[in-house]
Design a protein around this ligand. Structure first.
Ligand SMILES: [Zn+2]
Length: 84
């Protein structure tokens, strides 16, 4: 059985997918780019401003807010403790 959880970057352009498989060691991390078709213009301007300020210059970087980061940490700890 595959366990999978998706964490969205604050810019809405990428997602981090954390996957694990029952009976197998290790965790798989994958970053996928999304095309922001459904983003409002005000958000596009906000994201553009972030890029201009150098907050997110590379597509292989991701930014998580505190809530998403806490969710990611909780999920990783949950996966770590699953087979103990
Ligand atoms: Zn991003």
């Amino acid at each position: 059985m595959k366990n999978e959880k998706v964490f969205r970057c604050q810019c809405y352009s990428e997602v981090l997918v954390v996957s694990s498989y029952e009976g197998e060691d290790g965790i798989e991390f994958a970053i996928y780019e999304q095309h922001p078709f459904r983003i409002l213009w005000k958000d596009r301007i906000r994201f553009a401003w972030r890029y201009l300020r150098g907050r997110h210059p590379y597509t292989d970087q991701m930014i998580f807010d505190k809530e998403t980061l806490a969710d990611l940490v909780d999920y990783l700890v949950e996966l770590q403790n699953k087979d103990l």
